[in-house]
Design a protein around this ligand. Structure first.
Ligand SMILES: [Cu+2]
Length: 188
């Protein structure tokens, strides 16, 4: 009888404590974590010509590239970049975003080939000279994928990268492979 009473007392004491402590962190997380803002990386690489140059499965464009004529051939991508009119199908969308401090970015690669989402002080060339349209590589991209700082900003086909902890002010991100792909992020 005494044992039962102690158990009952314990339950009566512990039950309200659990109710009190468990919901609190959930409510806090909802208030402190704004919905991430999504940016999409796009390209229309032509699997036949890209993979002939770069190996099987480099370009995994499954978004109807075979059935239509909007895919860009490997040589044409380089020719357009060299002429100063880079292919608009290679793009981050949107190009300019405004977020409040604490909001994270989620960058989703819906294209067929890899991209990077690399923060740079100033937009400029990437690490593939033939795609730079004559611009010098920016220091943040210059090392290519042998530089861990660049490699960790890589987004493979069908995957995503999350960017958190951006300070207030203007930030610039570009693809170190296709440097005309860029985004300006204004953090308020
Ligand atoms: Cu790219």
């Amino acid at each position: 009888m005494r044992f039962l009473t102690i158990r009952l007392l314990a339950m009566l004491l512990i039950a309200p404590l659990t109710l009190w402590f468990v919901p609190a962190p959930v409510a806090l997380a909802d208030e402190d974590t704004p919905t991430p803002l999504q940016i999409v990386a796009l390209d229309e690489c032509d699997p036949t010509t890209f993979n002939a140059k770069l190996g099987p499965d480099f370009c995994k464009n499954v978004a109807l590239a075979f059935a239509t004529s909007f895919a860009t051939k490997f040589a044409d991508l380089f020719a357009k970049a060299a002429a100063g009119a880079p292919d608009p199908g290679w793009d981050f969308e949107p190009d300019k975003v405004t977020i409040r401090k604490g909001t994270s970015l989620v960058v989703v690669n819906q294209g067929g080939e890899p991209h990077t989402f690399t923060e740079v002080a100033k937009f400029g060339g990437g690490f593939i000279t033939g795609l730079n349209g004559g611009e010098a590589p920016v220091p943040e991209c210059a090392g290519g994928f042998k530089d861990v700082a660049v490699a960790r900003t890589r987004i493979l086909q069908g995957s995503q990268l999350q960017v958190t902890g951006l300070s207030k002010g203007e930030h610039h991100f570009e693809c170190c492979i296709h440097p005309w792909m860029h985004v300006t992020v204004d953090v308020k």
